[in-house]
Design a protein around this ligand. Structure first.
Ligand code: FAD
Length: 332
């Protein structure tokens, strides 16, 4: 019978460094490993990832499995699923964790099918059941109105984890670990698609998902011009602008601004929701914020149930007053 042991993290790289989600997963994986008394593995796959092994160890990995091959430069479903399946079949980890990123969302379910196991997607908490030693996987359900805890009794127990819900460990460059190099050994016949062109979306200023402050507008903002006022405040606070779905659907802001279930999931220090009613689909994307402030003219708006601070009023009066106060404070 196969013995499943250890916790494996699927690592992602971004701009020549480990992606933040990978450092978060390593932090979470470390905790699971100490509860299980097992080792933490990190899988690094790409065309030029060998230089990231020490970083993975510094953030908590005991062993790093590296597959570096020019064919793996861009994420491509067939090649990645083939390589990860091969490693996982050799490694037989008890737990296998992905970020709930575009890659993780594509890869994890396909892999779960091939490995004849199951995956819980978009988890916000992972822990070990002290009695069964199974992985407890907490995830929002019913559009974020409730949380459910799942377990899987087939192996590896797989989960994808939402960005910014776990904390990385303090980087420790003195940590020691082992690096295992694996050949990609890819059969070109199995790769059915290829990247023809990459179009990079131009982004100005701080990225929504990285911003410590987000000023977000809803349907009540009413126009492109309205959003200019939100931009002014966001700039003053060194933050980014976000939106609920209607402003994106109406073309007042690009679709990349959408926060929520079908948009971006963010966890800034401060989220200012202006003329947003607070639907569960929207709140799914921002409930991880440390502080939420709402401005809404309807005192019964659901958003007021979800926030720490609320202002009942017309945003066209409240926002300019708030913005000029912020300017005053900055000038002091
Ligand atoms: C499957 C699915 C996925 C979805 N995914 C998302 C998602 O990812 N993100 C998302 O946001 N939505 C999503 N939605 C849509 C969601 O259900 C809501 O319809 C949407 O969030 C509402 O946006 P809103 O709050 O801006 O608009 P509304 O609900 O219309 O609210 C507008 C608010 O503005 C206030 N207001 C109006 N004028 C002013 C003023 N002058 N001053 C102050 N306040 C004012 C009103 O009182 C009201 O509360 C999804 C829906 C479905 C079914």
């Amino acid at each position: 019978m196969t013995e499943y042991k250890g916790v494996a993290i699927f690592g992602e790289a971004k701009e020549g460094k480990l992606a933040v989600i990978t450092t978060e997963l390593l932090g979470c994986g470390r905790k699971l490993c100490s509860d299980l008394g097992q080792e933490l593995y990190c899988l690094l796959i790409g065309s030029d990832v060998s230089n990231l092994t020490q970083e993975a160890i510094a953030f908590g990995a005991d062993k790093v499995y590296v597959v570096s091959d020019p064919l793996l430069e861009d994420y491509q479903t067939d090649s990645y699923v083939t390589v990860v399946e091969r490693i996982v079949r050799q490694l037989t980890p008890q737990i296998l964790i992905f970020g709930h990123t575009s890659i993780g969302r594509d890869l994890a379910p396909r892999l779960a099918f091939r490995l004849d196991t199951a995956v819980s997607t978009d988890c916000v908490e992972l822990s070990i059941d002290p009695n069964s030693k199974l992985l407890l996987q907490t995830k929002p359900v019913y559009g974020g109105n409730a949380q459910a805890i799942f377990t899987i009794d087939t192996y590896p127990q797989m989960a994808t984890v939402r960005v910014k819900v776990m904390s990385p460990l303090q980087r420790d460059d003195s940590r020691q670990g082992e690096v295992v190099i694996i050949e990609a050994d890819l059969d070109l016949q199995t790769i059915r698609t290829k990247v023809l062109e990459k179009v990079v979306e131009e982004e100005e200023g701080i990225k929504l998902e990285d911003a410590a402050v987000v000023v977000s507008g809803g349907r009540g903002i009413g126009s492109v011009e309205g959003f200019k006022q939100l931009e002014e405040l966001a700039k003053l606070l060194k933050g980014a602008v976000g939106a609920s779905r209607p402003p994106c659907d109406n073309g007042w802001v690009p679709s990349g601004y959408q926060v929520g279930l079908t948009g971006k999931i963010i966890a800034p220090d401060l989220y200012i929701a202006v003329a947003i009613s607070g639907s569960s689909q929207h709140m799914t994307g921002c409930s991880g914020a440390k502080t939420i402030v709402a401005i809404n003219k309807d005192p019964e708006a659901n958003i007021f149930q979800e926030v720490q601070f609320g202002v009942v009023g017309d945003w066209q009066k409240v926002l300019p007053a708030f913005t000029s106060k912020v300017k005053e404070i900055i000038a002091e």
